[in-house]
Write a protein that binds this ligand. Structure first.
Ligand code: AMP
Ligand code: MN
Ligand code: MN
Ligand code: MN
Length: 277
C-alpha cells in the first residue's frame, strides 16, 4: 500500500514523524510520503527512523497557495528538502502563518477566548501554528465542544475568526517544487467548492504551470469522486496520486492503509507503483 499524503506533529498531525512511520508499518504501508503543511522539518527524522525498517519514505510537503482568491493545497513529492528556493518559500510561508496566528488570536480575544496565540503555540512542536492548533486549544478549555464546531463557528472561511492569507501564488509554488526536483500534486481537488468550470480552469493553470498529478484517491473520496477525478487525469494527461491525508487518530478520516485503488488506466505519480493495494 502506498500513501502519499500524511501529517505529523511538525504541522497539524498528532503523531511524531517517528510514530507516524511506525503506525504506517502496522497499516502495511510500504511507501509513505510525509507532507506537513508548509514544512519539511519532519522529513529527515522520518527518513532516519525508517532506515532500518521495511518502509520507504518520500520527502514531501503540502503548500498553502492562493489561486484567484481561492486557498488551495499543492502537495510536493520527491522534493530536495535542502533546495534554497524551497527553504526561502518555507520561511515566507512561516511568516505569513505567524502574522495570521496573531490576527486570529486578536479576533478570538474579542470573541471571548483570551491568549489564543500562546495557547496554540504551546501545542506546537516547532512553532508552526495551524488552525487546528487554535481549535484544539478552544476544545481543551471547553470554549467549543469539538474541533468541528470550532471550525464551523469561528475558524472557517466566512466565520468571525477567519483571517485570509496572501499565500504563495500557484505559479510560483509549482515553479519552486520543480526547482526542488519534485512533482506537484493538486491535493483533494473536490474540497474547494469549485464549480466544474472553475475546476477546469484550475486544471488548465495547474498543467500550464508544470503540475504533474491530481490526488484521485484521498481519505474522503467516494467511488463516484474517484471515477470523476480519474477521468480528469486522463483528459488532462496528468498522473494520479493517492494519500489518506492522515492527521492522527483523533482527526477524521483516519484511513491510512485502507485507501481505494486508482481507477484503471491512471498513471501513478511515483514510478514503480501501480496504485493497487
Ligand atoms: P491551516 O493550514 O492552518 O489553514 O489549517 C488547515 C487545516 O485545518 C487543514 O489541513 C485541515 O487539517 C484542518 N481543517 C480545515 N477545515 C477543517 C474543518 N472544517 N474541520 C476540521 N479541520 C479542518
Ligand atoms: Mn491539515
Ligand atoms: Mn489539505
Ligand atoms: Mn493534508
Amino acid at each position: 500500500m502506498i500513501d502519499l499524503h500524511t501529517h505529523s506533529t511538525m504541522s497539524d498531525g498528532s503523531l511524531s514523524p517517528e510514530a507516524l512511520v511506525d503506525y504506517a508499518i502496522t497499516q502495511h504501508v510500504s511507501v509513505l510520503a510525509l507532507t506537513d503543511h508548509d514544512s519539511v522539518s519532519g522529513v529527515k527524522v522520518a527518513i532516519d527512523h525508517a532506515d532500518s525498517l521495511d518502509i520507504t519514505i518520500i520527502p514531501g510537503i503540502e503548500l498553502s497557495v492562493l489561486w484567484r482568491n481561492v486557498p488551495l493545497h499543492i502537495v510536493g513529492l520527491e522534493i530536495d528538502i535542502d533546495c534554497q528556493a524551497l527553504k526561502a518559500l518555507i520561511d515566507e510561508q512561516g511568516l505569513r502563518r505567524q502574522r495570521r496566528a496573531e490576527d486570529i488570536s486578536s479576533k478570538l480575544a474579542t470573541l471571548g477566548f483570551q491568549d489564543a496565540y500562546q495557547k496554540a503555540n504551546n501545542l506546537t512542536d516547532n512553532g508552526l501554528i495551524t488552525r487546528p492548533h487554535f481549535a484544539h486549544a478552544m476544545v481543551a478549555e471547553g470554549f467549543c465542544k469539538d474541533i468541528k464546531t470550532a471550525f464551523k463557528r469561528f475558524l472557517k472561511r466566512g466565520k468571525p475568526a477567519y483571517v485570509p492569507v496572501e499565500w504563495v501564488s500557484l505559479e510560483r509554488c509549482l515553479q519552486i517544487i520543480s526547482d526542488a526536483g519534485g512533482k506537484s500534486v493538486l491535493a483533494h481537488p473536490l474540497r474547494y467548492d469549485l464549480t466544474n468550470t472553475k475546476l477546469r480552469c484550475l486544471l488548465d493553470d495547474f498543467k500550464a504551470g508544470g503540475g504533474v498529478a491530481i490526488e484521485v484517491v484521498s481519505g474522503w473520496t467516494n467511488d463516484n469522486e474517484v471515477s470523476r477525478l480519474g477521468a480528469l487525469c486522463k483528459e488532462y494527461e496528468l498522473a494520479a496520486s493517492m494519500g489518506s491525508d492522515f492527521h492522527g487518530h483523533t482527526m477524521t478520516p483516519s484511513v491510512m492503509g485502507r485507501l481505494k485503488a486508482l481507477p484503471k488506466g491512471c498513471e501513478m505519480v511515483i514510478e514503480g507503483h501501480d496504485g493497487e493495494s
